[in-house]
Design a binder for this molecule. Structure first.
Ligand SMILES: NC(=O)c1ccc[n+]([C@@H]2O[C@H](COP(=O)([O-])OP(=O)(O)OC[C@H]3O[C@@H](n4cnc5c(N)ncnc54)[C@H](OP(=O)(O)O)[C@@H]3O)[C@@H](O)[C@H]2O)c1
Length: 383
């Protein structure tokens, strides 16, 4: 049977949209996928020139670029450049929209796309606050349209592999969790308009980087077979402030899963992360440690506890689960979207709305408890 081909419209022509578009054009068989495929049928930008430039760049891959497969195999046939996002929402040749705009626009762009009858994959963080997210979910339900936050890491080979370890039960009950996403971003060298610097764009470390310690918290603790708490809350948090614009330079927050464990989550724009430990789950029988970077790790370790506390794990083992060659890692989430839409589902079991809401509530709580320029930022739900 021919694979189900999903027709994508891309909103915005920035950095991550370019990466996503390239991954859509990689040969699915290179990641052992044969049931779905992808086409890009529309690109929307605030200027038609930018949309056309984006398409022209895709049509002219450099020597050896893996996405040339899609260019040669019809992945860009009849693709149209639109000088507005609305043009893409209303394009009859589009099934699903990828939203790659800055954080503060996710709600409006996703809502407009849903109201125009399109399925949506929206970049992280899903929205600015929980009210916006709840509004989007109710529109998706009412319109019977697929909606998902683009937390690509959940669909990487390593994410399935750690899940198997947890399901096996060999680590025992969780005792403690910590996860971090840090990078030395050198904010001082960036202009005021940079989306990490500008509070109006939802700048700072929390909203941009927070989804990554959170993805490991959700995979290792929240979805752990030992956890029954569906609404883990932030019990404490702290943010330090980047004085020039008032955004958070770093954020630290502690989450409690009742009857399971605490998790310590951190983001930082002023320090590089730890190479060998971006997320760690300590359990009764041994520990599971994921290597940097948290958005795209390929290696984890299972480690015995210190000698005087030894559990049933006696030897350190290292597990590599690389992203398939030629792929940046965004194809997997696109495959999930295609499969769900093909099967008439409006949300993904692997990235369900309830789990996006849990994380969005953490961010609301950390922001409100901090003192950054985004502390009282409200989304535009209902407008
Ligand atoms: N999943 C991931 O790994 C990942 C990685 C990086 C970023 N992201 C997420 O993707 C989103 C975009 O990030 P990015 O790094 O691609 O940003 P970017 O390079 O700055 O691109 C954002 C694009 O949004 C459009 N835009 C509309 N209004 C804008 C405004 N007022 N200011 C700036 N741009 C505006 C622009 O496209 P047009 O001019 O074409 O309209 C711009 O090129 C963010 O929410 C971020 O969290 C995800």
């Amino acid at each position: 049977m021919a694979p189900y081909a999903l027709r994508w419209g891309i909103i915005a022509t920035g950095k991550i949209s370019g990466q996503f578009a390239r991954d859509l054009l990689v040969d699915p068989s290179s990641r052992e996928v044969s049931d779905v495929s992808h086409k890009i049928t529309a690109v929307g930008s605030r200027s038609v020139e930018s949309a056309q430039r984006f398409i022209d760049d895709l049509k002219n891959p450099g020597e050896g670029e893996s996405f040339s497969w899609g260019v040669k195999n019809g992945g860009l046939d009849q693709v149209k450049a639109h000088g507005s996002y609305e043009g893409v929402y209303n394009d009859a040749n589009v099934d699903a929209i990828y939203v790659g705009t800055p954080h503060n626009l996710h709600y409006k762009n996703t809502k407009d796309a849903l109201l125009a009858g399109k399925h949506v994959l929206c970049e992280k963080p899903f929205t600015i606050d929980i009210e916006e997210l709840e509004d989007l979910v109710s529109i998706a339900k009412e319109k019977n349209l697929f909606l998902m936050e683009a937390v690509w890491t959940r669909f990487h080979p390593i994410a399935y592999a750690v899940e198997e370890v947890l399901k096996s039960g060999k680590l025992g009950k969780p005792k403690r969790f910590a996860a971090d996403f840090s990078m030395d971003y050198d904010l001082d060298s960036k202009p005021d308009s940079n989306r990490f610097v500008d509070p109006a764009l939802g700048g700072g470390s929390l909203l941009d980087m927070g989804p990554y310690p959170s993805v490991w918290a959700m995979l290792l603790v929240h979805r752990n077979p030992h956890n029954k708490d569906q609404n883990p809350k932030v019990v404490n948090s702290y943010q330090s402030i980047y004085k020039r614009s008032g955004v958070d330079l770093n954020s630290r927050w502690i989450v409690e899963w009742n009857d399971v464990c605490h998790g310590q989550l951190t983001t930082d724009l002023s320090a590089p992360g730890l190479r060998e430990n971006t997320a760690a789950l300590q359990c009764e029988q041994g520990d599971l440690v994921v290597e940097y970077p948290p958005q795209r790790p390929e290696t984890f370790h299972i480690i015995p506890r210190p000698d005087r506390y030894l559990g049933s794990i006696k030897e350190k083992t290292t597990h590599h689960h690389p992203i398939h060659k030629g792929n940046h890692g965004m194809s997997y989430e696109a495959d999930e979207v295609a499969r769900c839409i093909r099967d008439g589902k409006i949300q993904s079991d692997r990235m369900p709305w309830e789990e996006s809401k849990v994380v969005q509530r953490w961010f609301d709580s950390v922001r409100k408890n901090g003192n950054s320029a985004t502390k009282d930022m409200k989304g535009s739900a209902g407008q």
